[in-house]
Ligand binder design. Structure first.
Ligand code: SF4
Length: 466
């Protein structure tokens, strides 16, 4: 066993400045709205001012290139003084009537958290006043998540909304029983489609919560649909308590009332807490877990994909070996990508996140300790001002992260391989694959080609054979 080492840790709160410059995270209710969008027949609803919903819609539409309605209680100055309860009730009634929603996912914003609106109490009053027609049976479910943006990131909002969905909707109803509940966190629609294919290849019927694959990567429709089809069926969430096992994906959700932990508290079933299956080893663990749950061996099709990935890793080694990579973004994604970089011979020199999860450095150590000769630097709660300062010292060769790092990559004249969320300056973000053997192979190709392209661009000779 190699000696246990800690990745060197840097906090984002540097003594010399207190502001955030080009944040490496997004707003907490944005993540909640995204998670609520992944439930069939749902409408995300922000309790706050109109501007918050506009900003979030702009961000989500630009990444997914799909329409994204987010309702708002549209508060103004008056409500900041007297409270936003009446607007929230009116807005909920409008959404229920105009959209015919089966579920309204309500998230708070900075404003309503700061003025202290007691949303659970307002919802209770609303149900009483409307004759309890908002209980998921006679009317839509009203699912509430508290998401004060100043206390977390979009990842925390996504987790809070998923947790709220499971705590408030999951039950043991008879009906469409699915064998396994999978909670992948914030991954792409293409990743979710691939997860469904894997579950089906194991012969498992699975419920993925939330499932943004169809609502946020939909076929062209002749007419605008206010609520796009797709998303996790509510009936499946209502019968999750009868599943065989629950699987959390993401090393850092464990111990934070993760989706599987919430369900285990309520239904006491077997839970698996795995890393996001990015790269070879994390994907192997995921496939082993599915093999155990299903009682079936890993299907041949996936073993062949694994073999092709290893073959490509061998071929790519001469391009990737020793390449210094700065990887940043949402914490679980960074852990998965770092694990992958370490196993393909690259050198992750900086692992940075705008999240503030204190276990992040440990998670990075766990996936690199036995492979890397030198642990990467780790930055938590950092912005791009902080990342730029560290890059001066580390002289990286390539960036791996979302498109908010573009300015820095451009300034340093380095390639940026875009992954995660948000991606506003490239096309096809919803189709980027990160997970599994297939996703690893796609990422490997993109990394190698970015390195080759840079060599060509910076060469005075103009090689065509590299
Ligand atoms: S950070 Fe706060 S004020 Fe800004 S968009 Fe998010 S919820 Fe609204």
């Amino acid at each position: 066993m190699p000696e246990a080492r800690s990745a060197s840790f840097i906090s984002g709160s540097r003594r010399e400045y207190v502001s955030t410059t080009n944040a490496c995270k997004m707003c907490m209710p944005l993540g909640a709205a995204l998670a609520f969008r992944g439930v069939e027949g749902s409408v995300p609803f922000l309790h706050g001012s109109q501007g918050c919903a506009t900003y979030m819609r702009r961000y989500l539409i630009s990444h997914f290139r799909e329409p994204m309605d987010i309702a708002s209680s549209s508060l103004g100055e008056k409500h900041a003084v007297y409270g936003g309860g009446p607007n929230l009730k009116l807005g909920l009634m409008n959404v229920a009537n105009k959209y015919g929603a089966r579920l309204i996912g309500i998230a708070t914003t900075c404003l309503t958290e700061t003025i202290g609106d007691d949303v659970p109490l307002i919802l209770k009053e609303f149900k009483r006043e409307t004759g309890a027609n908002f209980d998921g049976q006679k009317g839509p479910y009203l699912v509430f998540a508290s998401t004060p943006s100043y206390s977390g990131t979009h990842k925390d909002g996504f987790l809070a909304a998923t947790r709220a969905l499971l705590a408030q909707v999951a039950a043991k109803k008879p009906g469409s029983r699915h064998e396994v509940g999978v909670f992948p966190g914030l991954v792409s629609p293409a990743d979710i489609r691939y997860l469904k294919e894997i579950l089906s290849d194991f012969g498992l019927s699975g419920t993925i919560v939330p499932d943004i694959s169809d609502p946020l990567d939909a076929p062209a429709a002749e007419e605008y649909q206010r609520i796009p089809p797709g998303g996790t069926p509510i009936a499946e969430i209502e019968s999750l308590g009868r599943a065989r096992a629950f699987v959390d994906l993401g090393r850092l959700v464990k111990g934070r009332r993760s989706p599987a932990e919430v369900l285990k508290e309520r239904f006491g079933l077997k839970t698996y807490h795995l890393g996001l299956p990015i790269g070879l080893r994390e994907t192997d663990r995921f496939f082993e877990a599915l093999s155990e749950i299903s009682g079936s061996p890993i299907p041949e099709k996936h073993l062949l994909e694994r073999g092709r990935l290893i073959d490509a890793m061998v071929d790519a080694h001469k391009y990737l070996f020793g390449q210094k990579v700065v990887v940043y973004g949402e914490e679980d994604l960074v852990v998965g990508l770092t694990s992958f970089l370490a196993e393909i011979g690259a050198r992750p020199v900086l692992c940075a996140t705008g999240d503030r999860q204190k276990d992040f450095p440990d998670a990075i150590s766990q996936v690199t300790n036995d492979i890397l000769p030198e642990p990467p630097r780790v930055a938590v709660g950092v912005d791009f001002y902080g990342i730029a300062g560290l890059c001066e010292e580390l002289s990286p060769d390539i960036f791996l992260g979302h498109s908010k790092g573009y300015h820095l990559a451009r300034k340093m004249g380095l390639p940026l391989v875009r992954v995660g969320f948000p991606i506003h300056d490239r096309f096809g973000a919803q189709r980027i694959m990160h997970l599994g053997y297939r996703g690893a192979l796609a990422l490997l190709d993109r990394l190698v080609n970015a390195i080759i392209e840079r060599r060509q661009e910076t060469s005075s000779v103009g090689y065509t054979y590299i």
